[in-house]
Design a protein around this ligand. Structure first.
Ligand code: SAM
Ligand code: SF4
Length: 325
């Protein structure tokens, strides 16, 4: 699949649930969100069918996200089935890390390639405030369990918020000095839930980088340039590396190779702008024979690919737990 702007699409990000065990201040309202009815959520069979169809059109990389993907029952068996699909050569999962201690070994056995763990603070009291009730010890234990289980290329995502955790940027850098983790500082984005993210808390990558440089010199990692959305650097003496994701100040749309599948079955062209097609509707149409179904699925993938904007406007916002941040 090649879009109108000559970008080759090979990566599908899948939100497997809109449920979450946390309520991060930039992602969910305090009382949680209105959740989809159970029957609106894609079944594993439907997800696998969509992936297989994507593979026939050039998809070779999958990310599982949410909501919190580890709250979905049977998630490791889904990953096992995805890893058995010929043509898929990379399966990653994004998690808040709370259940990782329990799941790390099973995830490794299921064939998962890599993990991204989201953690915005190193402090216990602050973690509880930012996530509205989470226990940071669970996440730290989870990180160690992942390293012990033998996962390589583990990433840690930290959303930087002025006044909330910008004083910890250097603590994060010290944390990866002795751990083989790629730490990625992420710019705060507007949330689809109104009035939750105020602009004053936004901190651009340029400022975050200045603070990192006070710990040590940043050397661009030449092998990693041009890959994903982050620009990666090494810092002298560190086992880990550091990336910066500047989705707001410097969108990475030019190299975007992804489509998204929402938990309620919409195939989507972009996190923020563009459009979506209800692919669940196609899968659940009882009047289609197999050939018609395959044709409609192909048409959905191609239509959504065509909807990809050349660059997102920067003004839109996303309901992260449904779309999968
Ligand atoms: N629950 C999992 C987690 O937290 O990793 C997966 C889903 S979460 C929506 C995926 C990522 O989106 C997390 O790294 C989170 O920090 C990020 N995210 C959510 N809302 C955001 C916002 N307003 N700005 C920037 N990143 C956001
Ligand atoms: Fe849950 Fe992840 Fe959103 Fe936090 S960022 S509320 S952990 S879905």
């Amino acid at each position: 699949m090649i879009d109108k702007h000559s970008r080759k699409i090979s990566y599908l990000r899948i939100s497997v649930t809109d449920l979450c065990n946390l309520r991060c201040i930039y992602c969910m309202p305090p009382g949680g969100t209105e959740l989809s009815m159970k029957e609106e959520i894609l079944s594993f069979e439907e997800i696998l069918k969509i992936i297989k169809h994507g593979v026939s059109l050039g998809v070779n990389k999958i990310r599982i996200t949410g909501g919190e993907p580890l709250v979905r029952k049977g998630i490791t068996s889904l990953i096992k089935e995805i890893s058995a699909i010929s043509g898929i050569n990379d399966i990653a999962l994004t998690t808040n890390g709370v259940y990782l201690k329990e799941y790390a070994t099973a995830l490794k056995k299921s064939g998962l390639s890599r993990l991204n763990i989201s953690l915005d603070t190193m402090r216990k009291d602050r973690f509880s405030e930012i996530t509205r009730g989470g226990n940071i010890v669970d996440v730290f234990d989870g990180v160690e369990a992942v390293l012990k289980a033998g996962f390589k290329g583990t990433k840690m995502n930290a959303v930087v918020m002025r006044g909330d955790n910008d004083d910890e940027i250097q603590d994060f850098v010290r944390y990866i000095m002795e751990r083989d983790i790629e730490l990625r500082f992420i710019e705060l984005m507007a949330s689809g839930w109104k009035d939750m993210v105020d602009e004053d808390r936004f901190m651009p990558t340029s400022e975050i980088m200045e603070m990192v440089r006070e710990v040590g010199e940043l050397v661009p990692d030449k092998q990693r340039i041009g890959g994903g959305p982050a620009t990666i650097y090494r810092i002298k003496g560190a086992l880990g590396s550091i990336g910066f994701i500047s989705a707001v100040s410097k969108p990475f749309c030019k190299t975007c190779n992804r489509l998204r599948l929402t938990s309620d079955g919409k195939l989507r062209s972009c996190l923020l702008t563009g459009g979506e097609v209800d692919i669940k509707d196609i899968l659940r149409s009882s009047n289609l024979d197999e050939n018609e179904m395959q044709r409609k699925l192909t048409d959905a993938f191609l239509r959504v690919t065509d909807m990809k904007p050349v660059v997102h406007s920067g003004k839109n916002s996303a309901v992260m737990n449904r779309i999968g941040g």
